[in-house]
Design a protein around this ligand. Structure first.
Ligand SMILES: [Fe+2]
Length: 286
């Protein structure tokens, strides 16, 4: 049996019989996602190579924070809707993922930690933490690619476990790439709690292993879900590529116009986004 989208070239062909494919899920997922590895994207290298005077710009850092935090927020909110994890044992494992993001000591969360990390390097954050809410509302402040990801995450996460696997498999890669790139300009950035705790405790490596293991458990009981699991994992990876591409355009734009001109960032392109954005910019400039 082969994946029925194999003719399109979008998904890998997995071997007969189906149970073997399920047991081989980590390898199949790794092979399918290889071409979407976040750290290969030019954004990280370009950010590291910025001139110091450009990298220090609080508005540029605020833009990067908005896009990155929105992407992370979308996945953190969507994980609450993961399907198929209904037995007491699976609910307990799901809860641990929630706790790792939203139940840190002293009421802390990864969201708050990330904002503190960006504020520590001078970012002029465009939204307050509690303004990251419903996707439809958040998208008013986002350009097309990030808005697409933010809208897609809850749909895909509630449909199959594949998108969760994609995000957890990639998390440590993009966190290290971001920490490395920004730390070229702000060496303490990688030591901020958001990064340091995750790296020291191998949180994202554990999440990746857990997501794949739990998904395998579900697929052993319901092998007919394998195709949609792989299909949605791939769709999520493609949407993530869009986020890194937009971040690269933000940095490119800052590079190009930095000499003797006010910095100009790519404007939101979606209907209604421009006016919402300009209102926000006016507020910030006041
Ligand atoms: Fe994670």
């Amino acid at each position: 049996m082969t994946c029925d989208d194999a003719t399109t070239g979008r998904f890998p062909i997995y071997p007969d019989p189906l149970p073997h494919a399920i047991e081989d899920l980590p390898n199949i997922m790794t092979a399918m996602l290889a071409e979407h590895r976040p750290s290969r994207m030019p954004f990280f290298k370009r950010m590291a190579g910025l001139r110091r005077s450009v990298a220090n710009d609080p508005a540029l850092l605020g833009q990067i924070h908005l896009v990155y935090q929105s992407t992370m927020h979308a996945t953190r909110a969507a994980v609450y809707y993961l399907p198929h994890l209904d037995t007491p044992g699976l609910r307990r494992r799901k809860l641990q993922i929630f706790i790792d993001d939203d139940g840190l000591c002293g009421g802390d969360t990864h969201h708050y930690q990330l904002t503190r990390a960006f504020r520590s390097i001078g970012a002029k954050c465009l939204l307050d933490d509690e303004e990251f809410g419903e996707p439809a509302e958040l998208c008013h402040y986002l350009e097309a690619e990030t808005a697409h990801f933010v809208r897609l995450a809850p749909k895909l996460y509630s449909r199959s476990l594949g998108p969760w696997c994609t995000v957890e498999v990639f998390s440590v890669d993009w966190m290290r790439a971001l920490a490395d790139a920004v730390s070229v300009h702000f060496p303490h950035f990688r030591n901020e709690q958001y990064f340091a705790d995750c790296f020291a405790q191998n949180v994202e490596e554990r999440h990746a292993a857990e997501a794949l293991a739990v998904t395998q458990m579900v697929l052993r009981a319901r092998p007919e879900l394998l195709h949609e699991t792989l299909r949605d994992a791939k769709i999520m990876a493609e949407a993530l590529d869009g986020v890194w591409s937009h971040l690269d355009r933000i940095v490119q734009s800052a590079e190009i116009v930095q000499a003797n001109r006010p910095v100009h960032y790519p404007q939101p392109t979606e209907s209604g986004a421009a006016s919402a954005w300009m209102g926000r910019a006016d507020k910030l400039n006041a």
